[in-house]
Design a protein around this ligand. Structure first.
Ligand code: FCB
Length: 515
């Protein structure tokens, strides 16, 4: 397809199937009682309910909660190295201890059970299994996750395993990291080891958490480890990850007949700033790059149209036959929802963003001319209220995103792998140490009402995982953000379920948003 017909096609999509600027203009409020937009039903927060068997869950990630960074034979990860380097993480924080979940997992699983949870999305630390990224597995690492899985199953909770939530063995980074294509093979071996040892009990596997984020922030702009800032390295890393996703799918399936394999992509719906052809095309490029850059190659074996030029295959290191490696029949599609973007065409200018970061969200920045290929300007608006992490609260976005993915991928089974908000509420002594995080309840109630509406309109969503079970190590922001539905006092590791956690537990018990 030439550029002209691509632009025309993208704009037609924006005007109809994709996110619509007109519905956006109508939908200016964070109202939880009336909602306008592209859907046919109306959000009803008085009694929205969820289908029977809907899986209520919570999520965490190994480096953010486990601690025990050098115990039982674990190798160094890139996040260990990064956080131990002065100036990389806010406040000099590290994940050395984090929430100490490596040791305290029985009490964390008891909290999940008490809150009627049916699914726990956790990740496995690759350097616990293979300290240097390849070769014979470390039995103590395998035993740890085996106990964790058994404890979850005894509590009636589905173990949902993410294989890679960013803690690459440092030894593999020393061999070039994700831009090195060999990592696809190492990752396939690692995945196969886990499926062989845990695949009799784990049935739900997501190879990667937010692949765009760790490839772009790690290799494209350098705010995450290993701190690289080269657009070509980003392109190469992302290509290796797509190959690794395909290879992991095959090695998991080969080792476990019970396995279902999907994804845990980071997505944010992108609305064109105006109805102009240029902004609509920019929003389509944004969607291709930020939302489906890893999904499209899995489903179809091809790259989505994310670039204003022809797809730069050579810079990516693409080889003949890679389309067949990338393509795999995912059993379900998992993605996160936090916020949205307003997207415009960045024109001929090299600059395409403000460069500010919000946790793992980044205003797409090409200030240094790093991204000559996508040329869109993606901005997080501030029309809705902001969380303490500075993310705009825009519940309607989850409806649009779920419906868009449903339409584009023929109504697949969808798992919402994360959604949440950071608020810094602390225990309130005058009320027996409760954590009155009312704003988090407002957030989840509104997001879930929109999700219920998407389900009513035909989306096949089977689960929702709140981020996060615990306050934890929030990457480059250290401990300065609190996303937990459980408060953690990092001085003594005491956990206190916040009011939002208690509320979410009641929702899980009744399948309704209730009072
Ligand atoms: C997501 C990450 C997760 C956490 C939340 C706040 O993007 O997957 O680890 O940092 O953001």
């Amino acid at each position: 397809m030439d550029r002209r017909s691509f632009l025309a096609g993208s704009c037609a999509l924006c005007g109809g199937l994709l996110l619509d600027q007109r519905s956006l203009a109508l939908d200016r409020s964070l109202s939880t009682s009336t909602t306008t937009g592209s859907g046919s039903s109306t959000a009803d927060t008085s009694s929205p309910h969820f289908p029977e068997g809907f899986l209520w869950g919570m999520a965490t990630a190994s480096y953010q909660v486990e601690g025990a960074w050098n115990e039982d034979g674990k190798g160094e990860s890139i996040w260990d190295r990064f956080s131990h380097t002065v100036g990389k993480v806010k406040g000099g924080a590290t994940g050395d201890v984090a929430c100490n979940q490596y040791h305290l997992y029985p009490q964390d699983i008891a909290i999940l059970k008490r809150l009627n949870q049916k699914s726990y999305r956790f990740s496995i630390s690759w350097p616990r299994i293979q300290p240097t990224g390849s070769g014979t597995p470390n039995q103590k690492g395998l035993d740890h996750y085996s106990r964790l899985v058994d404890t979850l199953l005894e509590a009636g909770i589905r173990p949902f395993c993410t294989l890679y939530h960013w803690d690459l063995p440092q030894a593999l980074e020393d061999r070039g990291g994700w831009p090195n294509r060999d990592l696809a093979g190492y990752f396939a071996d690692y995945s196969g080891i886990l499926a062989k040892h845990l695949g009799d009990r784990i049935t739900v596997w997501a190879p990667f958490n937010m692949p765009w984020t760790f490839c772009y922030l790690g290799y494209g702009v350098g705010t995450f480890p290993p701190g690289g800032a080269s657009y070509n390295d980003f392109l190469k890393a992302a290509h290796t990850v797509k190959l690794a996703q395909g290879e992991a799918f095959r090695s998991i399936k080969a080792a476990s007949s019970k396995a279902t394999v999907g994804s845990a992509y980071g997505m944010a719906p992108g609305y064109p700033k105006t109805n102009s052809e240029a902004d609509c095309a920019a929003a389509a490029r944004y969607h291709a790059m930020n939302n489906v850059y890893f999904l499209e190659p899995a489903v179809h074996g091809w790259y989505p149209k994310a670039f204003v030029i022809e797809t730069p295959y050579e810079a990516m290191g693409f080889r003949a036959g890679d389309d067949r490696i990338m393509k795999v029949p995912l059993d379900w599609i998992g993605f996160h929802y936090y916020t949205r973007r307003i997207v415009s065409d960045a024109g001929g200018s090299a600059k395409s963003g403000s460069g500010s970061t919000f946790g793992t969200e980044i205003e797409l920045d090409s200030a240094g001319g790093r991204d000559p290929y996508t040329r869109f300007h993606g901005v997080m608006p501030t029309e809705g209220p902001l969380t303490d992490a500075g993310l705009e609260v825009w519940p309607h976005g989850i409806y649009d995103l779920v419906m868009q993915i449903s339409r584009e991928y023929n109504y697949p089974v969808i798992e919402i792998t994360e959604s949440g908000c950071s608020y810094l509420d602390t225990p309130y002594e005058k009320e027996n140490g409760h954590v009155p995080d009312t704003r988090r309840i407002v957030f989840f109630r509104a997001v879930l009402a929109e999700l219920a509406r998407a389900i009513a309109d035909g989306a096949k969503v089977c689960s929702f995982h709140a981020w996060s079970l615990l306050d934890n190590f929030e990457w480059a922001d250290g401990y300065s953000q609190r996303y937990g539905l459980t408060y953690v006092d990092f001085r003594d590791q005491k956990r206190i379920v916040k009011d939002s956690g208690l509320w979410y537990g009641r929702v899980a018990a009744t399948n309704r948003l209730g009072e």
